[in-house]
Design a protein around this ligand. Structure first.
Ligand code: FAD
Length: 470
């Protein structure tokens, strides 16, 4: 057992923050143990987040395309059916293959894996209630808390994961609901709403704020919302859920305008609560150790990811910053580099964000609204996929590229893409931003033809000069 011998690094939590930190620590020659309570590695992301949601988004997209798009390409068949258990099965298989893959990586890198619930009893000791009912003490010179986040409900709403579900329940419904109401128009709500919309549900999204996905560039958001509406998604913005009645067959929601006013009701078979996530620190023993947290329970760390208690570090969703898997991974690597006596670095201004709907929306850097607030003079270059030959050839011409560059220097400040494959296209922009590129730098790079990436080049041309194809 790992119990008695001391580790250089003990990681609590085996999500994208924790498992990546553990592997990196071992690669840097540190003796490392990772403790995970769920009995499988990969955390929220792999088990009930990024990966299963992308599996269902893809499967439901294939069904939707088969029904609505294949015929345009001359591919016809007499009937298309959904086999929901098979669809869920392919998702589950992807998840279990990947979690086992991480176990393999742990073995390869000699990371000790302890399955159990970890609790800090000193800055160098973790008491673990193991999944097989034992208790063991794992010691480490450095402890990294990577316990992630958990779903947050709303006052007066109890999630039963059947009729009132979190994203976790929405990834495993046993039937296609006739009516799905999504509370919260963040990216998780829109992604899960898209899955069930494509599979045939009527989907209404209720949002307290005036806008969907608040972090998105306003101009892109407008086009994105219009696209989702065209697909049949209904939005009830500036609307508050004030009551939930589950006494009948379905769920009856009572709604009120955010600003106050007459109440209305809305019926649903299933309600998805996607109103954000909370840092997960329950049972960790933080109070006793005196680890400082902010008002909403996130662990406060310095630029070395160290909390106010020396030797206790934290990374990922449990600290402030974007709650994204790739951000957690970057945190994990940088944190461990510091522990190993090297210098780690995460540039939080350049973390890409992707909404994996259809079309996808991806961005990196600043929105136009943020640039305006900064008072920087800027130029905007745009290019629609309607004018991109590859997008036209394959009939996925919805969307655009928008580049925002500083007026005086042409330095790129932000890039926003709405496109079928925006999540892949965005990384050229991320590299450009990382290298402090000007939009002309992108425009002068020879891009292969015909590719959707050419739209980025043309948007860059439009930023400081003129594009060719529009
Ligand atoms: P987590 O992944 O939450 O991992 C923490 C782990 O710690 C958990 O496995 C938990 O069981 C374990 N743990 C907690 N407490 C203890 C303890 N005391 N002892 C032992 N183990 C403990 N992000 C993206 O970047 N892209 C996406 O497409 C995306 N899609 C998402 C879709 C959904 C539906 C959801 C819910 C989230 C999605 N996210 C996505 C967010 C992403 O999942 C998180 O940002 C990411 O998982 C955070 O990583 P983490 O390692 O900090 O925490």
């Amino acid at each position: 057992s790992s119990g008695s011998d001391e580790n250089d690094v003990v990681v609590i939590g085996g999500g994208p923050g924790g498992y990546v930190a553990a592997i990196k620590a071992a690669q840097l020659g540190l003796k490392t143990t990772c403790i995970e309570k769920r009995g499988a590695l990969g955390g929220t992301c792999l088990n009930v987040g990024c990966i299963p949601s992308k599996a269902l988004l893809h499967s439901s997209h294939m069904y939707h395309e088969a029904k609505h798009a294949f015929a345009n390409h001359g591919v016809k068949f007499s009937s298309v059916e959904i086999d929901l258990p098979a669809m869920m099965g392919q998702k589950d298989k992807a998840v279990s293959n990947l979690t086992r893959g991480i176990e393999g990586l742990f073995k390869k890198n000699k990371v000790t894996y302890v399955k159990g619930y970890g609790k800090l009893i000193s800055p160098s000791e973790v008491s673990v209630d193991t999944v097989d009912g034992d208790n063991t003490i794992v010691k480490g010179k450095n402890i990294i808390i990577a316990t992630g986040s958990d779903v947050k409900s709303l006052p007066g709403i109890t999630i039963d994961e059947k009729r009132i579900v979190s994203s976790t329940g929405a990834l495993a419904l046993s039937e296609i609901p006739k009516k799905l109401v999504v509370i919260g128009a963040g990216y998780i709500g829109l992604e899960m709403g898209s899955v069930w919309l494509r599979l045939g549900s009527e989907v209404a999204v209720v949002e307290f704020a005036p806008d969907i996905v608040p972090s998105m560039d306003g101009e892109i958001r407008k086009q994105f919302q219009r696209s989702l509406e065209k697909q049949g998604m209904k939005f009830m913005l500036k609307t508050k859920v004030v009551g939930v009645d589950t006494s009948g067959d379905g769920v009856k929601l009572t709604l009120e305008p955010a600003a106050g006013g007459d109440m209305t009701t809305l019926e649903a078979d299933v309600v998805l609560v996607s109103a954000g996530r909370s840092p997960y620190t329950a049972g960790l023993g933080l109070e006793k150790l005196g680890v400082e947290t902010d008002k909403i329970g996130r662990i406060l760390v310095n630029e070395r990811f160290e909390s106010n208690v020396p030797g206790v570090f934290a990374i990922g969703d449990v600290i402030p910053g974007p709650m994204l898997a790739h951000k957690a991974e970057e945190d994990g690597v940088a944190c461990v580099e510091f522990i190993a006596g090297k210098t780690g670095h995460v540039d939080y201004d350049k973390v890409p964000g992707v909404v994996y709907t259809s079309p996808e929306v991806a961005s990196v850097g600043k929105t136009e609204e943020q640039v305006k607030t900064l008072g920087v003079e800027y130029r905007v270059g745009k290019f629609p996929f309607m004018a991109n030959s590859r997008a036209k050839a394959i009939d996925t011409a919805e969307g655009l590229v928008k580049i925002i560059a500083e007026k005086e220097t042409d330095k790129i400040l932000g890039v926003h893409i709405m496109a079928s494959n925006a999540g892949e296209l965005i990384h050229e922009a991320a590299i450009a931003l990382q290298y402090d590129a000007a939009s002309e730098d992108i425009a002068r790079v020879c891009h292969a033809h015909p590719t959707m990436s050419e739209a980025l080049k043309e948007a860059a041309m439009a930023t400081y000069d003129k594009p060719i194809h529009i």
